[in-house]
Design a protein around this ligand. Sequence first.
Ligand SMILES: Cc1cc2nc3c(=O)[nH]c(=O)nc-3n(C[C@H](O)[C@H](O)[C@H](O)COP(=O)(O)OP(=O)(O)OC[C@H]3O[C@@H](n4cnc5c(N)ncnc54)[C@H](O)[C@@H]3O)c2cc1C
Length: 381
Amino acid sequence: MKKIAIIGAGISGLYLSNLFKDNKDYQVSIFEKKNSVKISEGYGIQLSVNCVELLNKIGFNSLTEDEKFNPKKIDFYELKNSKKICDLEISKFNNDHCKYTTLKRSKLLQFLIQGLKNEIIKYNYNIQKIECDPELIKLEFDNGEKITCDYLIISDGVFSKGKSLISSNESNAIYNNSIAIRGNISKENFKNINDENISLFLGSGFHYVVYPLNKDVNYNFIGILKHELTLNEQKSHELFEENFYIEKIKNRLSQKISKMFIEKIQNLKIFPVFVSKKFFKPTNNIFLVGDAFFAFSPSFAQGASQSIEGAYELYESILNNKDFFNKRSKRVKMINNRSNFNQFVFHLSNPLMIFLRNILMKFLSKNKNFLDSYLGKIYKN
Ligand SMILES: Cc1cc2nc3c(=O)[nH]c(=O)nc-3n(C[C@H](O)[C@H](O)[C@H](O)COP(=O)(O)OP(=O)(O)OC[C@H]3O[C@@H](n4cnc5c(N)ncnc54)[C@H](O)[C@@H]3O)c2cc1C
């Protein structure tokens, strides 16, 4: 029996363990640095059909209609006057079993954990050292434990320490000059939007997205604000939890949306957005997956979907001894280019460019060839 060690109990590590858990040829363990999987209520996540199809392989279709939501379209609006620009029918990529889904991130994590036996996840294991010889991989954790394994899967997220250890910090994520603002907002604050859809408001240097997560009265709110940070600010992750700093960002945000609207956002939290610039290819039986493999800007909402897709590809490549890195990096490059392009287009500020963008969006959002190529290549896998 081959031993698989997974670093990090996030979306990709948990999904991968679910895939391996019943395979008698492998014994899988997850090593998580925290003392539990932090399931903060409230915030949402979007899962496109390519990912829902893979989640269904481990029983995701058993979630009830009350626990998730299937939006029909994305409605695009101009932020400054709430005028609708166009809509895009994302449900056209759905089939009877797999539908574009929004839900609470906590619900997804609960679902991924509930399928695993308690002893699979080992908490309070912060990876400290990775040694690799052709036969065996040796790991050391900050609690003094040492273990060996045949396969090492590093899925410890965007600030991956596992990757830093094996790459000598060569391909660390960098600040994307933007801040994510997350929260919940009551439907009452939106008079004219369609609550069957995702609504995306485009403004200069700022866009935000609201969508239902279930039948609740609150929408998920996620805004991306262009914002410079000093090097010290980039390094200090605790800063973003300080009230004075949140107020500072709210003030900056009030140049884009009204103070009254900002005050309506509940559980508002801010996160600096870090993204990958380079790939790193580990040797022997070590693999990176999820944000540790490559972190995108959030403007295509593909982070979690790609974490799951990558985990599935890795599972298949381990079973069949096939290449993982080259196929995955090709797909990631394509999605990364689209995410960056989306962010650029969403944040335009020149009125002429905005005028042209809106005309083009109206046309392209109804153009079958464009949709099949721009979205279909991602959603249909
Ligand atoms: C603001 C924002 C909004 C987003 N919205 C969406 C969305 O709508 N749709 C979408 O698809 N994606 C979204 N994403 C992206 C998505 O959340 C991530 O891509 C996804 O969670 C990555 O999963 P992962 O398994 O790679 O890592 P994570 O889910 O980050 O998990 C990493 C795990 O590793 C653990 N860990 C870290 N360091 C160590 C260590 N040294 N030793 C042991 N364990 C460790 C962590 O505690 C954590 O449990 C968003 C991202 C951001 C920033």
